[in-house]
Design a binder for this molecule. Structure first.
Ligand SMILES: N[C@@H](CCC(=O)N[C@@H](CS)C(=O)NCC(=O)O)C(=O)O
Length: 213
């Protein structure tokens, strides 16, 4: 099976999938899409992803979309190492943490939302306030959950799907210049992730299309 991941260095959703593929030791070829140049809107990309969003994972049947669906598929097809705990109640907690990021923070700050606000003449300062507000909302909840459930990682002492989602959101929040000092447990996980090869290889700077800005 030869997998291609449509990705973009600084985009959070494909970053989640890069981490999971690396954690599971699954090889893939990155296919960078330039979101700023709107390459996601080209017909060739729309043919693989009807939503014109990243990521898409190609090479295992129909092109696969939606990062959480891809993480679940990876977990089912490559169970080792597990990215969900064994206990069903614990799995629900990990999924809840992942969804705080993927369903409640990220969709409000996404590029197409930023562009829609801009098209409605919302000034840049107000757009930044908007983004920071939703990141803070999610991080306040996650900070309490990591304090309760974390033991080195977001949940327990091994990386899970929650880390696959949280780490890209922390990287993204730095671009929005969010003050992370109210979230010491989240920061501790972020720092730990920097020393882990799977997270390191998935980071912005390691991607073929990375451009410093
Ligand atoms: N819920 C989707 C979100 C996908 C998404 O919004 N991807 C962003 C990159 S992080 C994107 O492609 N944005 C392009 C745009 O907004 O035009 C997922 O988890 O895969």
């Amino acid at each position: 099976m030869s997998l291609t991941l449509y990705t973009s260095a600084k985009a959070a959703a494909p970053y989640r999938v890069r981490i999971a593929l690396n954690l599971k030791g699954v090889d893939y070829e990155p296919a960078p899409i330039n979101l700023v140049a709107s390459e996601q809107h080209k017909a060739a990309y729309r043919a693989v992803n009807a939503q014109k969003l990243l990521p898409t994972l190609e090479g295992a049947g129909d092109p696969m979309t939606q990062s959480l669906a891809i993480l679940e598929w990876l977990e089912e097809t490559h169970p080792d190492p597990a990215l969900l705990p064994r206990d069903p109640r614990d799995r629900a907690t990990v999924r809840a943490m992942a969804e705080i990021v993927a369903c409640d923070i990220h969709p409000l700050n996404n590029l197409r939302v930023q562009r829609a606000l801009e098209a409605m003449d919302v000034p840049e300062k107000a757009r930044l306030t908007w983004s920071k507000r939703w990141i803070a909302d999610g991080f306040q909840a996650l900070e309490l959950m990591v304090a309760k459930h974390g033991a080195g990682w977001t949940f327990g002492d091994q990386p899970t799907m929650a880390d696959c989602c949280l780490i890209p959101q922390v990287a993204n929040s730095q671009r929005f210049k969010v003050d992370l000092s109210p979230y010491p447990h989240i920061v501790a996980v972020w720092e730990a992730s920097k020393g882990h090869p799977a997270f390191h290889a998935a980071a912005y700077e390691q991607q073929p299309d990375f451009v410093a800005s």
